[in-house]
Design a protein around this ligand. Structure first.
Ligand code: SF4
Length: 172
């Protein structure tokens, strides 16, 4: 209630709205892409407009992993550990050609895409990727969050319906 006005909504709608407008990013920056990330969260591009500026350097306080830069094989286990330490629900943005596919590093020691070890929700192309590109990726992620939540709710409803149709267990 605000003054004399009332706002009513469904709890699911409120949860969807808050989930997609409050990402807390963990920047896993390893190379030049990280500079573009810094630009994105700074005053000129102002990622705060989209509710995603609360950058955290603890995986336990983050729900959005932004991988910005080249990932070599030695870093792979570290990246995987950080991803595993983040609580669900969590999302991953692969920022730039290096994180998405190894970029121009066609060499034995560079991972040819972080999706070899962790699931990726959004790929931001480019070398370097632009701040506009990252912001567009985050906007796309917001849409994906809503779609995923709808699918999840539908699955829960179906499971509930199936459970309701099960015959009662007969004890001997
Ligand atoms: S994609 Fe380009 S800008 Fe980004 S880390 Fe690789 S070489 Fe640097």
């Amino acid at each position: 209630m605000t003054g004399q006005s009332w706002v009513t909504t469904q709890f699911d709608a409120l949860e969807d709205w808050s989930q997609r407008h409050s990402f807390w990013p963990f920047p896993f920056g390893t190379a030049c892409c990280a500079i573009e990330f810094m630009s994105t969260v700074s005053s000129h591009y102002d990622l705060a407009r989209f509710g995603s500026e609360v950058v955290r350097f603890s995986p336990r306080q983050s729900d959005l992993l932004i991988v910005a830069g080249t990932i070599n094989d030695k870093m792979g286990p570290v990246l995987k550990k950080i991803y595993d330490q983040m609580a669900d629900p969590k999302w991953v943005v692969s920022m730039g050609a290096c994180a998405c596919s190894g970029g121009f590093y066609r060499s034995y020691h560079v991972m040819q895409g972080i999706d070899e070890i962790i699931p990726v929700d959004v790929y931001v192309p480019g070398c370097p990727p632009t701040p506009e590109g990252l912001m567009y990726g985050i906007l796309q992620l917001k849409e994906k969050v809503i779609r995923d939540r709808e699918v999840q709710r539908k699955r829960q409803r179906e499971e509930k319906a199936r459970a309701g149709n099960q015959p009662a267990a007969v004890s001997a």
